[in-house]
Design a protein around this ligand. Sequence first.
Ligand code: NDP
Length: 334
Amino acid sequence: NRSWRLDRRPDSDPADGNLRLHREGLPEIADGEILVRNVYLSIDPTHRIWMSDIDQYMDPVELGDVMRGGTIGVVEQTRSSRLSVGDIVTGQGGWQDYCALSARMVRKIELASGLPLTAYMGPLGNIGATAYFGLLEIGKPRPGETVVVSAAAGAVGSLVGQIAKLMGCHVVGIAGSDEKCAWLTDDLGFDASVNYKSGSIYDTLEAACPNGIDVYFDNVGGEILDTALTLINLNARIATCGLISTYNDLEQGGQGPKMYRNVLMKRATIRGFIVSDFLRRYPEAFAAIRHWLRIGALQYRVDVREGLEHAPDVLKLLFSGRHDGKLIVKISEE
Ligand code: NDP
């Protein structure tokens, strides 16, 4: 069994040497557990948070431990009546070939016809639930309002914008290349898109939001959050989903927004959330998303990279933006 273990915490960007590849025998399973062969590993921005030991929303990964990560895999041994050999399950299997997991800590995937397994790591997994609950429960968009989303061509952001369109909103996406921006408007139906790496983001965002911003779905924090705060309307809602522009700077503490005063002036609400807060309501999100996928109202992209041995390099892609859609490492055959 190969496993990536945390060897040294990053100082800034994830670097070679933070994780080390170990080889050992297959894990033994205890009563109530299953042995899972991991097929897909989800690569997520939050892995950078878990690698640091700052105070966070769950325990950091300890030095020497297997790197935590969401997986989809096949049950190969079982000591639980809940699951059988051959079942496909999703859970926190970690950055490794095989894992022993409590049968209570995984969700069995009932494959719907026509959808690939990777969809359960995108729109029908945590990513879809994040977009759905973050936008609808925290952002509370109303028809005709302007919704702005950052990292808009990414896994979460691309779904947020499309769901906001389904809610009848004027939708503006912020992304890091002209190709990504064109995908948002030409293929996904966003009303406008802004390339934050070209020209003044304030000017382009202001032009794309002639009626100001009612909902800002924040995936990045930093300067883009500041720009959005400058343009918010009275009673705006800011859904703080992620702060990826600050994740490589966590240990330094980061800077607060300069335009924080607009929270007061505009009586805005800023609310952070973690998708697992909504765990009990996941079926509601997946029913809606499955329906939207079936009628062609929702599109998504997955970017699957082969080989557990490349996982640390794949993680770096999230911070350079050099990927197209939900980043996944394929560990073994389905
Ligand atoms: P994405 O697929 O969106 O990939 C991350 C993207 O972020 C990159 O492609 C890049 O796109 C953009 N990015 C990277 N660095 C910067 C930067 N310095 N400034 C601006 N944009 C940057 O990842 P996910 O959809 O998985 O995650 C998006 C966000 O949602 C993350 O912040 C993540 O932590 C958060 N999240 C939160 C959850 C929760 O429960 N609260 C659950 C899941 C995700 P570009 O080319 O456009 O720059």
